[in-house]
Design a binder for this molecule. Structure first.
Ligand code: HEM
Length: 269
């Protein structure tokens, strides 16, 4: 479960702005400001020590061959399977970046308060389609969001039922509460990779505004159709999710040629 949350979330945040190149795994150093402290990532991405431990095992058996970017992509795939989701074949041989971009992490990652058009634009900018966006967002079928990311929605914008809202409001007060209190994004089967996330959107109970917009925004004609399709057809969702993960994982970083890092946290010296 932790693997999936780290890997999928980390990998999407990674590819959205630079490429599936392990840049998000880099720690800050005197010469490099990493992406972990960028606003959409700070206090959100976690589990880096799991990637460290996989990398240590792989390096001790087979030094200098398997990149951190490949480890992240495989971990995302395998952990999806472990929580009940689809499996897929994928290309390996990604290189790790020698750089990271704090600025691009801040500007290019989608945020939950954004409207549907800016989010679609960010996916298109990376070569991902509207279909990819809706299918990949289905990974919100597992995992949690922090109060600060859904507070505005449960007080101002929500279409959800009062009882659902009251539960959320109890743990995420309008003022004075803990910003880091979490709630599952799929309140039906939070630990299972299934299509209930889309069914929740049909009821108006998406936790994040950006999730609900895909179904409820009058600008989201195509996204609404896709949400309806995936809510009614879990196999169609699984099939598209697998394809879109391959597409996302193939976004490469042409900037510096890359390397196979010895430690996922630092570029090689
Ligand atoms: C469409 C644009 C997206 C937006 C605006 C968005 C936003 C968010 C936010 C705000 C959270 C909660 C973070 C927190 O409160 O700490 C979250 C969690 C998560 N996101 Fe997304 N996301 C998007 C797309 C994606 C995609 C494409 C994937 C993967 C393919 C993904 C995977 C996840 C996962 C697994 C979590 C749970 C993390 C955890 O439990 O710690 N998201 N997302």
């Amino acid at each position: 479960m932790l693997h999936l949350q780290l890997s999928i979330n980390t990998c999407v945040k990674l590819v959205i702005f630079q490429g599936c190149d392990g840049s998000v795994l880099l720690d800050d150093t005197i010469t490099l400001q990493g992406e972990k402290s960028a606003t959409p990532n700070v206090d959100s991405l976690k589990g880096f020590e799991i990637i460290d431990s996989i990398k240590n095992k792989v390096e001790s058996d087979c030094p200098g061959v398997v990149s951190c970017a490949d480890i992240l992509a495989i971990a995302a795939r395998d952990s999806t399977v472990l929580v009940g989701g689809p499996d897929w074949e994928m290309y390996l041989g990604r290189k790790d970046s020698k750089t990271a971009s704090y600025e691009l992490a801040n500007s290019n990652l989608p945020v939950p308060s954004e409207g549907i058009l800016p989010i679609i634009t960010k996916f298109l900018y990376q070569g991902l389609s509207v279909t990819d966006m809706v299918a990949l967002s289905g990974s919100h079928t597992i995992g949690v969001a922090r109060c600060q990311n859904y507070r505005a929605r449960i007080y101002d914008q929500s279409t959800a039922s009062e009882s659902y809202l009251n539960d959320l409001r109890a743990s995420c007060p309008a003022a004075g509460g803990d910003d880091d209190t979490v709630a599952p994004m799929d309140n039906v089967t939070p630990n299972l990779f299934d299509n209930s996330y889309y069914q929740i959107l049909l009821r108006g109970e998406g936790l994040l505004n950006s999730d609900q917009e895909m179904y409820s925004s009058f600008l989201g004609v195509q996204t609404k159709q896709l949400v309806l399709q995936y809510a009614h057809d879990p196999l169609a969702f699984f099939h598209q999710f697998a394809q879109s993960m391959v597409a996302m994982g193939n976004i490469t970083n042409a900037v510096d040629g890359g390397e196979v890092r010895r430690s996922c946290r630092f570029v090689n010296t």
